[in-house]
Each structure stands twice: as C-alpha cells, then as structure tokens.
Write a protein that binds this ligand. Structure first.
Ligand SMILES: *Cc1c(COP(=O)(O)O)cnc(C)c1O
Length: 390
C-alpha cells in the first residue's frame, strides 16, 4: 500500500484549472472526428530559421559544449544580448552585471518571486495577465494585488487608483507590453509614469517584454529600459521564443538593474545549471541576424491578424485590432459569458479559443484568439463563425 501523500499547500491552493471544461470538450470533439482549428495556444507554428538550426547542429558536435554550462550564461551570449539591446533600443547594458540568461523567460519570471518575495509581501499584478506573475508570488507566500486592465484605460493599469497605503507596502510591480492577452501596447509616457511611481514608493518594476519584436504596420514597441531612470527601479524579461519562433528551445534573458539581476542569478545558481551552450550559440546567431529573421514572420502574423479581424467584424463580432502580438482580444457577444462564447465557438464552429477570464476576472467579457495557424485556416475560421448565430 502506498504511503499517504500530502501535497504542499502551495500546490493545493493553485487556482482551479479554468480551461478544464474547454479541454474536455476539445477532446470530445476530436473523438467525434471534428476538424478542430486551435486558436488557443500562443505558440508560433512557423519553424525556426534553418540558419539558427544550423548553428545548433554545429554547436552540438563540439565536446566543449557537452559539459555543464555557466548558470549565468556564456559571456558571448550575454554580450550578444547587450549588442542587440544597443542596436534595437539604444539601451546600454553591461553584459557581466546587467544581463542574465534564462531557461525561457517563464523560468526567470517565476524565480523573481523566490529572489524577492517573502511571506506576506505584496506584489502588484495586472489582471488579466500571464499567470506566472501571480503564481510566483503565491508559491512564495506573498500576496497579489490585482490591477484591472480595461478598455476604458486602454488596457494599462491605473497606478493612481492604487490606495496609497497599498502602494507603500508593495514590493514589486509586473507590467507586460505589448500585452498578452489583450494585444495592447504602451508608450513612453506610461513607462515614465511607472518609473516615477516606483521611485516614489520604492517598488521593483518587472517588465515582461516578450512581444516587442511583434509590432505591425511599421510600429516598433519600445523597451521599458529606454525611459530615464528605469534601470534604477527595474528590469526587463525578454525571450527568443516569440521573436525568433524558438519556443521549444528554452532561452530568454533578464536585463536591467544589476542588483536585481544579481539576486535572480543567485537563485538560479542554486536551482539550475544554465542552458545547453549549443542553444546559446544558436541564440547568438539569431540575435545577430535580428530583423533578417524577424521581418518575414512579422509580415505573416500581420496578414493573419488582418484576415481574422476583418472576418470577425464581418460576422458582427467586435474586436480590438492589435498593433502588436499574435493575440486578438475579442469582445463576447451580448448575453454570453466568456466561457459560454468559447464553448459555443468550440461546439458549433470547431474553433478553440481561450476564455478571457482564464487570465483573471477582469478578462470576463472577452475571448482570446491567436493567429498561430495559416491564413487558409483563418479564412475557414471566419467562414465557420459567420454561420453561427450568436
Ligand atoms: C510566451 C510568454 C512568455 C514566456 O516565454 P518563454 O518561452 O518562457 O520565454 C512570457 N511572457 C508572456 C507574456 C508570454 O506570452
């Protein structure tokens, strides 16, 4: 007989899996032989460039790469990150003290809480959001205070609406632009306000910049670190995943304030041993090639965005046309909840989406579509949706 197994409270207290019902229906539809189109996952369907794959293969055959890597990352990788930040954003970084490799930015985001959140500490988190921000806090016994992102506020948190006593207590603030799941973007005045707020209340700012390279119609989103004083209060998380169609490779970076980067490095040196150096060598090549690789996928995602947005609008469904990211944040037709709309899209159109409330209560009233399938399939999506009466 097995011993009695009791999971840690932090596991038992995880929010219930809101997508479980959608998952069940998805499996049932697949079993019935339905030709499902999955616009649920934010994972580029475009393969990694052969030029990058080539570097991995070269790197994999070198014995020097078969040993433990350095947990902070190859100096050459950190230098490549610094060069890219300089070229792309005009931001100067010291590759030794201000750049750290991550096993995908998700890893670094989760470990930030280990580095900075003590039990009871307060963290400011947008809602809706990428769930890792608040789960990191919860795992460390911290408290989350949620900042609603609404259409009225252009999906930017209203820092003035935070009660002063809570702002004083807050240890850390998460922001993410271009934003997942809303597709919203932020401009310099917003970031400048964040820096001022952080100085005033002594708050660490973490900007998740995973989508800065996915801007459309010539729009180039900025780095938080471009703003004066940003490096005094915070850091930025970035990733090769979305930029270079490399989600499976697991490589990203944390950059910015050297004390913050240093503390995260301290955590990481105790729990991981870095990234396979051949992957780092491939990532150096990706950063070096930059726009040569990124521009063709921008074009593809932009064309897909246009097909989906105009198709949905012609079906009478309201949505934001994102200036960046591969997400389209769609308003739920009157009389339905997010979950009901997503369920009907699945059952009646064979289209998988993510109910907005899965990213937080403030996402209720929306459903997130991704454009990670080809344009033929997106045309099929809008044809099918036009035939359903909502
Ligand atoms: C995809 C995503 C990440 C994580 O990307 P990694 O593959 O772990 O680098 C982080 N933040 C947001 C908002 C994302 O959408």
């Amino acid at each position: 007989m097995a011993i009695s197994i009791r999971k840690a409270k932090r596991i038992n207290e995880l929010p219930s899996y809101l997508f479980a019902e959608i998952d069940r229906r998805k499996r049932a539809a697949l079993a019935r032989g339905v030709d499902l189109i999955d616009l649920g996952v934010g994972d580029p369907d475009i393969p990694t460039s052969p030029k990058i794959v080539e570097k991995l293969m070269e790197g994999a055959s070198k014995p020097v790469n078969h040993r433990y890597p350095n947990s902070a990352g190859l100096l050459e990788f950190r230098q490549a990150v610094a060069d890219w930040y300089k070229r792309r954003f005009g931001v100067k970084l010291d590759p030794v003290k201000e750049v750290l490799s991550l096993i995908g930015s998700k890893e670094g985001i989760a470990n930030m809480a280990v580095a900075f959140v003590d039990p009871g500490d307060l963290v400011l988190v947008p809602n809706p959001c990428y769930p890792v921000y608040h789960i990191g806090t919860s795992f460390c016994g911290g408290r989350n205070y949620f900042l609603p992102l609404t259409k009225e506020n252009d999906f930017l948190p209203d820092l003035n609406a935070i009660p002063v006593e809570l702002a004083r207590q807050a240890k850390m603030l998460w922001i993410n632009y271009p934003n997942n799941p809303t597709g919203a973007v932020a401009e310099k005045d917003f970031f400048a306000g964040v820096v001022e707020f952080a100085h005033r209340h002594n708050i660490i700012v973490c900007h998740d910049a995973a989508y800065t390279e996915m801007g459309f119609d010539g729009y180039r989103p900025m780095s938080f670190l471009e703003v004066d004083g940003a490096k005094e209060v915070g850091m930025e998380f970035h990733s090769l995943s979305k930029t270079f169609n490399m989600t499976g490779w697991r490589i990203g970076m944390a950059v910015g304030n050297h004390e913050l980067v240093g503390a995260l490095a301290q955590v990481k040196s105790n729990v991981d041993s870095g990234i396979f150096q051949a992957v780092q060598e491939a990532a150096i090549e990706a950063l070096r090639l930059g726009d040569e690789i990124v521009e063709p996928s921008r074009k593809i995602f932009q064309e897909r965005r246009d097909i989906l947005v105009s198709g949905l609008r012609s079906a009478g469904i309201e949505c934001e046309k994102p200036r960046a990211t591969f997400y389209v944040w769609v308003s739920v037709p009157k009389g339905l909840t997010s979950a009901q709309f997503a369920t009907r899209l699945l059952d009646e159109a064979g289209v998988v989406t993510t109910p907005g409330n899965g990213f937080g209560e403030a996402g209720e009233g929306y459903v997130r579509f991704t454009v990670c399938v080809d344009k033929k399939r997106l045309e099929e999506v809008t044809d099918r949706i036009r035939q359903v009466r909502f």
